[in-house]
Design a protein around this ligand. Structure first.
Ligand code: AMP
Length: 417
């Protein structure tokens, strides 16, 4: 046996129904909010993420699946979708066709992380992006979509946290204050934090090392250093959320791991999930499109982890299979006609099953029971000679003869009634 690669997983029958349910709701909500789907390749040039995700991030420094292909090109299995979405937007000049582009995508991502519950090396994300819209109402709408997704899935005990990390104008002041406040405590922090202090000090807030926490808890808050326009923007976002009755709290620690965020950042946490409790996260990244060679367009978006949404989904959701009709055959003549009816049922939009090998009527009805069939149609014998079949209501345990020519309609009336 050659086992699957560590950190990857097969999605098997019994689980896949929950996945399809999450995907169905995600597609339907995105389309209701005016987002159109984009599908980008799983492989990209390594430099797209070095530049887009950021050289100083854990993703780029430690977690990328990168290799040289046979043509000598440095290739990366995408660790996140945003740089690919921006690349596609820029490469196809979508700003002309879609001046206010609202895009979404769903698919696998790859990160070489330490696997645990809710954290995998191949995982899947729903990714939502808006390019070219700046108003705080847009931030709030994106957050609303994320919140509505979690609500529509019936995920209990979810919590929305928001923050603002400021812009290129006000963030340097905050960084300066942060390093000053750290002062003599810096050497007491972990190795990662020492590195972050040099490359991207805000990321110190992401640190999970227990010994570092008392020091980090005393550090200044980005919201106290916002310039006037960032402060007004953030108040605007909060106002919309309040108007729409979406509950939120500020988390000063929420700076997010990626380099490109500006202004609003947010996460939805699932309290039933354990250590890896972020269901989704995102924020504004106003400089990214330009820095990847595109026009000067703002951006905001989020990514939701499908594994975590499926994990947090209440028991029983997504289990509803369509009702099945079982076709049972009596004798060889019955079998030929039963196979024909089976196909007619399926072509009429009804999910239908039949035993492939000839079996006794008792064995066939047992299988109909096991499949939890809503109805059975028994085909063959004298009845068939009279142009009739037997329609059995498996729930009521009653049966009656119906004409063969009208069999599909009779089944439909029973199943859909
Ligand atoms: P990020 O792209 O890191 O902002 O993550 C966005 C969301 O993707 C998180 O909130 C998680 O739900 C999910 N996610 C990120 N990394 C992983 C992973 N290694 N395994 C499973 N889900 C992940």
């Amino acid at each position: 046996m050659i086992p699957a690669i560590r950190g990857t997983h097969d999605i098997l029958p019994g689980q896949v129904e929950r996945w399809q349910y999450v995907e169905r709701i995600a597609h339907s909500l995105c389309s209701r909010y005016g987002y159109v789907e984009v599908r980008t390749p799983v492989i990209e040039r390594e430099e797209l993420f070095a530049k887009g995700t950021g050289e100083t991030t854990d993703i780029v420094q430690k977690e990328m699946y990168s290799f040289e292909d046979k043509g000598g090109e440095r290739i990366t299995l995408r660790p996140e979708a945003t740089p690919s979405m921006v690349r596609a937007y820029v490469e196809h000049s979508l700003e002309h066709a879609l001046p206010a582009a609202k895009l979404y995508s769903m698919g696998p991502m790859f990160r070489y992380e330490r696997p645990q519950k809710g954290r995998y090396r191949q995982f899947h994300q729903l990714d939502v992006e808006v390019f070219g819209l700046q108003d705080p109402a847009v931030d709030a709408e994106v957050i609303d979509l994320a919140w509505s997704l979690v609500e529509a899935l019936g995920i209990p005990e979810a919590e929305l946290v928001i923050n603002s990390v400021g812009c290129a104008e006000c963030r340097p002041r905050f960084q300066e204050a942060l390093l000053k406040a750290l002062g003599d405590d810096l050497p007491k922090l972990c190795q990662d934090c020492q590195r972050r202090a040099k490359t991207n000090p805000l990321r110190i807030y992401d640190c999970k090392v227990p010994a570092d926490q008392p020091i980090i808890d005393k550090l200044p808050h980005s919201v106290d250093y916002l310039c006037e326009s960032c402060a007004t923007h953030f108040t605007g976002v909060q106002g919309h959320l309040d108007q729409w009755g979406i509950p939120w709290r500020i988390s000063h620690r929420l700076v997010r791991g990626l380099d490109y965020y500006t202004r609003t950042t947010f996460e939805v946490l699932g309290r039933t999930l354990g250590a890896q409790n972020a269901l989704l996260g995102g924020g504004r990244y106003d400089g990214l499109v330009k820095s990847l060679g595109g026009p000067d367009r703002t951006g905001i978006g989020f990514a939701a982890g499908l594994e975590r949404l499926v994990l947090a989904l209440p028991e029983g959701r997504g289990a509803e299979a369509p009702p099945v009709v079982f076709v049972a055959a009596v004798g060889d003549d019955g079998r030929v006609e039963a196979l024909k009816l089976l196909r007619e049922l399926r072509r009429a939009g009804i999910s239908a099953a039949m035993e492939f090998e000839a079996r006794s009527m008792k064995a066939q009805m047992k299988r109909a029971d096991r499949l939890k069939a809503r109805a059975a149609v028994i085909v063959g014998g004298d009845e068939l000679a009279r142009g009739e079949v037997t329609l059995r209501d498996m729930r009521a345990g009653e049966q009656r003869a119906v004409s063969r020519s009208n069999a599909i309609q009779s089944v439909k009336t029973l199943v859909e009634g």
